[in-house]
Design a protein around this ligand. Structure first.
Ligand code: ATP
Ligand code: MG
Length: 395
């Protein structure tokens, strides 16, 4: 039994001593039955948040309106949510009404897929009213209840179905697939940020290849940012799994140059960090076509080298990221600070020239020549090399 699950039983124990009932629910039950690592353990309980605060004096009320508190226990955090049902999703985002209920079965009925709608108690009994275990064995993602209704209630579930299928390597149940196809257009009601989370997880899943194809077949992609303006982009399927938007964007931009990194960042409303990383990776992919590898790696932060290798492999170039790292480590210099030559050395060589952008341009050439081993990192050698250049043009 997974340690996180065993530890969670201590919380359940305390709730039971208070007179409540509680179960481990959702992903933790699914993943432990599959024998894969359990990351987060969610608990559902009959106690209200107010009652939870009495049992655990130090809870953090993270989503009190939805009945969720965060309990810290033995250096782990657990989300504990009161059994609840949801009614109406007029804005396609939040349920209009959350009603606390007394039984776990009612709570499980509001969950998205049968494999996510199981509960585990302290005696290791599994409450499985919708056949989640059978679907796990059959490798199927199937909506709880009437698929059409469930996607209509919350269209984000369309993306969630695809991402679970990709992560777990499962098929989509026939009715679930049909309901997705019929209602994919409802995705335009969902905020881009929430779509991005699920799309990214789908692409990181092991069966991303199959799911991108299925997405096309079910015409889901035409309601997603970027793809809606360039539906054919979905045809470009990475040859290896890519990790996150920072790798996906340079990959797709390389295939379809009509879309830039900035188009992706704006349309999918991505963070500045993703923007920075994608721009750097795209520029490295471009430089790789005509510059020596040492020069490309010199310009790239070390923590992006792995991703650079992944993008090239996804494009079918068959490179070895470990080799790239070794090349990087072996570079004579790793930054301009390590260069044995400074801006004022340039003035010594060209005393008649005024300050200007040429200084940066010259230093750029010098550092790349040193980094690629074209010239040694010695002041005298660098000076000799520069003297062969013409004088910079300044106004
Ligand atoms: P992961 O390992 O990716 O976190 P998870 O199953 O824990 O997988 P979460 O998004 O953390 O997924 O959601 C926790 C649980 O809450 C799900 O297992 C499911 O039972 C329920 N759930 C989450 N989102 C929805 C939704 N949009 N509609 C219905 N139930 C949902
Ligand atoms: Mg989770």
């Amino acid at each position: 039994m997974n340690v996180k699950i065993t530890k969670a039983f201590n919380i359940i124990d305390k709730i039971e001593k208070f007179g409540g009932t509680a179960y481990i629910v959702g992903g933790a039950v699914r993943d432990s039955l599959l024998g894969v690592t359990v990351e987060d353990v969610d608990i559902a309980t009959s106690l209200t948040p107010e009652e939870m605060m009495k049992v655990f004096p130090k809870v953090i009320p993270v989503g009190i309106d939805h009945g969720t508190v965060l309990v810290r226990h033995a250096s782990d955090s657990y989300e504990v949510t009161t059994y609840r049902t949801e009614a109406g999703y007029k804005d396609f985002r939040h349920p209009d009404e959350v009603t606390f209920v007394r039984s776990i079965e009612e709570d499980l009925a509001r969950r998205d897929f049968t494999i996510n709608a199981m509960a585990l108690n302290k005696d290791l009994e599994i409450i499985d009213p919708f056949g989640g275990r059978e679907d796990l064995n059959n490798h199927e993602v199937r909506a709880v209840g009437e698929a059409y209704k469930r996607f209509n209630e919350d269209p984000l579930r369309i993306m969630r179905a695809l991402r679970f299928a990709s992560q777990l390597g499962f098929n989509l149940h026939h009715d679930t697939q049909l309901a997705i196809k019929e209602q994919a257009s409802l995705l335009s009601k969902i905020s881009v940020e929430r779509l991005a989370v699920e799309f990214e997880k789908m692409c990181e899943g092991k069966e991303y290849h199959y799911l991108l194809q299925l997405m096309k077949q079910l015409k889901v992609h035409i309601y997603l940012p970027v793809f809606k303006n360039a539906p054919n982009q979905i045809e470009n399927i990475p040859k290896v799994k890519l990790n996150g938007f920072k790798e996906l964007i340079p990959f797709y931009c390389e295939y379809a140059s009509t879309f830039t990194v900035m188009d992706w960042v704006k349309d999918w409303k991505l963070s500045n960090q993703v923007k920075r990383n994608s721009l750097q990776l795209k520029s490295a992919v471009d430089s790789y076509k005509y510059k020596p590898i040492q020069s490309v790696l010199y310009d790239l932060p070390f923590n992006l080298i792995e991703s650079f290798g992944n993008v090239l492999n996804a494009l079918g170039l068959k490179v070895d990221p470990a080799e790239f790292k070794a090349v990087y480590e072996g570079l004579p210099i790793h930054s301009r600070r390590e260069l044995n030559f400074q801006a004022f050395d340039l003035f010594h060589i060209f005393p008649l020239s005024q300050k200007g952008p040429w200084i940066g341009e010259y230093l750029y050439e010098i550092e790349h020549a040193v980094a690629t081993g074209q010239i040694p990192n010695e002041k005298s050698a660098i000076k000799e090399w520069i003297k062969s250049w013409s004088r910079p043009e300044t106004d």
